[in-house]
Design a protein around this ligand. Structure first.
Ligand SMILES: [Zn+2]
Length: 238
């Protein structure tokens, strides 16, 4: 089990021994998280900047995030330690979920992506993209609001922006119509990219699966940075 050893060595090297506190939420309703300093600094340039200098945060070992949601930060901490995203609310695969809980989970994934952006943790963001795609497979339903969400939380040249456009190229005309009607405030950049891609859409493209399923790294931020995938680091792929 070569990959297990790799994964184990990789994780142990990054944990270290020093524990810091991350205090999340508004005053009066904060939640404290204890995390290994080395682990969080290795993953997030935000924490590296906060703890890497002789600032109050580094001296006291406490970083405060008053504008963030403790529930979402909790998902991040779980991911840091075990590489899994726990955001689901439903029961068995394919089971119908009520609309409110379904939207709630998408909102949670959206907030996770925004947190990943703030913490500059590209692996976490790439993992949220993978979790979202797994969710579309699990739900047997594509989320039409995916485009505006990705475009709100990603940089202009980010590879993830190709994903909602390439997914939409495979939508039937009826779904495109539904999307246009649903979007009372369409996201300009997404709509512009989508229209451009639609104008060149071929029949073969329309009938083929989205390239995500054969090459997820096409949409991951580590790709233009020439860094290994979060899956490779966790020993999930070779
Ligand atoms: Zn990747």
């Amino acid at each position: 089990m070569e990959w297990l050893e790799y994964s184990h060595a990789n994780t142990m090297r990054r944990l270290g021994t020093k524990i810091i506190t991350v205090r999340v939420g508004e005053a009066g309703s904060t939640k404290d998280f204890s995390v290994h300093e080395e682990l969080v600094r290795a993953n997030s340039p935000f924490f590296e900047a906060a703890l890497g200098r002789e600032w109050k945060e580094a001296v006291e070992g406490v970083v405060t995030l008053p504008d963030d949601n403790p529930e979402i930060f909790g998902i991040y901490v779980q991911w840091l330690y075990c590489g899994q995203i726990f955001s689901q609310v439903q029961g068995k695969e394919g089971e119908k979920v009520d609309a409110a809980r379904w939207i709630e989970e998408w909102n949670r994934l959206d907030q996770c992506y925004a947190l990943g952006d703030k913490l500059q943790d590209t692996d976490f963001k790439d993992c949220i993209v993978d979790a979202s795609m797994e969710k579309t497979r699990w739900d047997k339903l594509e989320f039409l609001g995916f485009g505006p969400i990705i475009y709100t939380s990603s940089a202009e040249k980010s590879p993830v922006r190709k994903l909602p456009v390439e997914l939409a190229l495979r939508w039937p005309d009826s779904a495109l119509e539904k999307y246009c009607i649903q979007q009372r405030q369409p996201h300009d950049n997404f709509t512009a990219d989508l229209m451009l891609a639609l104008s060149k859409r071929t029949q073969a493209e329309r009938n083929s699966p989205c390239p995500y399923w054969s090459d997820p790294c096409r949409y991951h931020e580590h790709t233009p940075l020439n860094k290994p995938c979060h899956k490779t680091k966790r020993g999930l792929t070779r």
